[in-house]
Design a protein around this ligand. Sequence first.
Ligand code: NAP
Length: 440
Amino acid sequence: MLFYGWDISASKLFEGAVMLQYKVAIVGAGPAGYFAAQALHNLQNEERTFAIDMIERLPTPWGLVRSGVAPDHPKIKTVAKVFEKIAADPNFRLFANVEIGAEITVAQLAEKYDSVIIATGSSLGKKLGIPGEDLYGSMSAADFVPWYNAHPDFADLDVPLDCDTAVVIGAGNVAMDVARMLALEPSELDPTDTADHAIAAFKKSSVRDVYISARRGPEHAAFTSPELRELPKLEHTNVIMARSDIDAAIARAGDAPEKDVKSNLDAMLLIADSPKTEHERTMHFLFQHTPKEILGADRVEGIVYSTPSGDVTIKCGLVITAIGYQAASIDGVPYENGKVVNIDGRVKGNLYVVGWAKRGPSGVIGTNKSDAAAVIELLVADLESPKNAGDISELITSQRVIDQAAWQRINEAEVAAGEARGKPRVKSVKREKLLELARS
Ligand code: NAP
């Protein structure tokens, strides 16, 4: 492993002026981490620069842009170009395939670096806490989404698609992504970067009806209107929303609903009024359906909801919950309510947090830009003299670090494999394969 030296923390640039160089470690190479790096770059001046080391547990960076964003939404992924521009700065180094908390502790990083930023997101799915939730065939979007997005840790997830009906719980954009992936004609995924194993499984899937259920009315749904507006345009999927549900929601929302609510209700009216089609696959929306129990002996056989008109049972073989996320904890970092304990991004000492780990799982990718910029302003205000106490290269014992050049080899190999098959990329799934591409 070759490390480029950043031993000089203060160098004379020109007579009378001393350039201070601070070392900052960012743990997590997702959008929040990259936007934190960008905010640091933006605050460099004649007096100070930042040497940024971004550390990532997986062999690949980009976080949710690689393993969260739905593959049929390629435009959202173009933000990766911004990440690669940030990574091209000579003061930026990537240390992927390095886990913090196991081999190297947060406390060790905090000793060496002037500041340490936690940007590890929220990777654990929240639980419903109802009977039957642990049955085979009941799973979280936190597992299902990375499975279809080729995340190495979820490649072997067993997703039973041998049933005709699947239920998705939640009325947010993740639930919408999950329902769409289940209800699309699978050949529509051929030109996307969906994991090969997932496309193969979807092609064999028996699922034809997908229910997406909200526990409150349409006026409270967390979907955003662009996502709703694309549903009537699906070429091979019927989308069913009851006009009576939307009319009742409009009445409840009153004369002056908030702009987002109005925009959502308008989009829902368009769906409800869309001419009925006779596709083989159907996505049904249920409102005011609160999950009560998942039924089944050895595997999911149905779900019981309580509704304003009494209990309703839907027979199904797959239930996917998309009801929010919690942060996975790292030793040495305080957590409460699924988030890192922080005040405006300050955690303790020289430790900071950005993104979903800071504020919880809300907002789109771009939200992390302003969020990170605000935290970095505080971080910079807290800086004293550079510590010049070394960096992570002195802590790593494993030789399997993937640096920016190695990641670029993986990236180029995946894109080249994609070009040959009319896809943006073919993602490698197994860690060993990714490491092999990194070496090649
Ligand atoms: P979300 O937007 O917070 O939605 C979570 C949904 O789960 C809500 O409808 C909530 O209903 C429901 N819920 C929570 N607890 C429940 C329970 N016990 N039983 C039934 N329903 C329950 O979360 P998300 O969908 O995970 O999305 C996270 C963030 O990523 C959001 O900001 C989202 O917009 C963003 N995102 C954006 C895109 C995109 O731009 N295309 C794609 C994916 C995700 P209540 O309101 O009743 O609590």
